[in-house]
Write a protein that binds this ligand. Structure first.
Ligand SMILES: Cc1cc2nc3c(=O)[nH]c(=O)nc-3n(C[C@H](O)[C@H](O)[C@H](O)COP(=O)(O)O)c2cc1C
Length: 355
């Protein structure tokens, strides 16, 4: 099977979740023996259709533009058995690079009007077009984000090229969250499996699709985390790409944000069967205490303190935020007595030891 994989992701490899998903899908296709060519549309010149209909009149089947679409992509499109349209979701639909490609497949249609079995008008095709797969990722956590794009994609494919699969991954940025590594691995393994199934059966099994689209967490948690992440990008003056390259972590700016984020960054399981009360007594920008009850592998937060915590950390709020975001060295600050720890220091080291 000859597969043409069109990737309209705008971001570089390593940053783009469209590319991450497409790489796994096409690896699976290659496993099953397909001949796959991936083309990053951002590396090609595709002019917009100018609506002159030269391709329907003077030069039937050939576009008036002389660019990469006419010379390279359109012939490859017609020669393939299956085309993967891999596009990030932009404003509820395919992005502009993919839209430009689609417009420019107009020479494949004939200008004439025919009536389908439902009484609707359509253009018959001049050339036999390949079957299609839509692959997309989006930022929001809800699968309903893709509804308009699915509808658009199905409506714009002619009878031959109706989608054999629509693969959508919502909340795509969660695929790189360290706490979700096991779940993300399964999404990517299932995507590879989907590639194998497509080559063998021209369809994806419902169980495989369920694994690809499975929720990676609650929308409420996603929104809270996402807001702390974006606030960090804004205050630190970094783009998401720079944030990733510098291996930054979200920086809470309020007590509420800190209490929400802290349990994600510790290893609560390190307390084993012990119940540990860990208290922060903050000073400086925020002058309040909060308490974490660490038990059975979970940490529950509450405002205020306990008279008898197992571990108490007295620290300036901003200094602690500098430590957790790796702007300051926690050990060095401890030795310089910039903050104080009372109680079970050994347990604290275990809990802060990461996952
Ligand atoms: C211009 C623009 C429009 C977007 N529109 C949506 C949208 O409508 N819904 C959504 O959930 N995410 C939206 N996003 C987020 C992207 O879908 C998300 O960042 C995705 O991971 C981008 O693909 P990439 O990782 O391959 O670059 C938009 C992003 C941009 C830059």
């Amino acid at each position: 099977m000859k597969v043409l994989a069109l990737n309209s992701g705008a971001r570089a490899d390593g940053e783009s979740y469209t590319t991450l998903m497409l790489n796994h899908l096409t690896e699976g296709m290659k496993d099953a023996g397909a001949d796959v060519e991936i083309i990053n549309l951002r590396t090609r010149k595709i002019r917009n259709c100018i609506g002159c209909f030269t391709c329907w009149t003077k030069t039937p089947g050939r576009c008036v533009h002389k660019d990469d679409m006419t010379e390279e992509l359109f012939p490859k499109f017609l020669a393939s058995d299956l085309v993967i349209y891999a596009s990030p979701l932009y404003f509820h639909t395919l992005n502009a690079a993919m839209a430009a490609f689609m417009e420019r497949t107009l020479p494949a249609a004939l200008p004439f009007f025919e009536e389908d079995e439902d009484g609707n008008t359509y253009h018959p095709m001049r050339f036999k077009t390949p079957a299609s797969v839509l692959l997309s990722v989006c930022g929001f956590p809800e699968m309903s984000e893709f509804d308009a794009m699915r509808e658009f994609f199905e409506r714009t494919r002619d009878k031959n090229s109706q989608p054999v699969a629509v693969i959508c991954r919502a909340g795509a940025s969660l695929l790189s969250a360290p706490q979700l590594a096991a779940k993300s691995r399964d999404v990517l393994e299932a995507t590879r499996q989907a590639g194998r199934e497509l080559v063998k059966n021209m369809k994806i099994a419902p169980e495989t699709m369920e694994r690809i689209t499975r929720s990676l967490g609650s929308a409420k948690t996603f929104r809270k985390m996402g807001n702390i992440y974006w606030k960090t990008c804004i205050t630190e003056g970094v783009t998401p790409g720079e944030y990733d390259r510098r291996k930054m972590v979200p920086r809470p700016q309020s007590m509420e944000d800190f209490m929400f984020m802290f349990p994600f960054g510790i290893n609560a399981k390190a307390a084993r069967d012990k119940k540990v009360l860990l208290q922060f007594n903050f000073t400086g920008a925020i002058n309040e205490s909060c308490l974490f009850r660490i038990e059975k592998g979970r940490a529950q937060a509450q405002t205020g303190g306990d008279e008898n915590p197992d571990i108490a950390i007295d620290t300036d709020f901003d200094l602690w935020m500098d430590i957790i975001t790796r702007k300051a060295d926690g050990q060095k600050m401890f030795l310089e007595q910039k903050y104080k720890v009372r109680g079970d220091l050994e347990m604290m080291m275990k809990i802060f030891g990461g996952r």
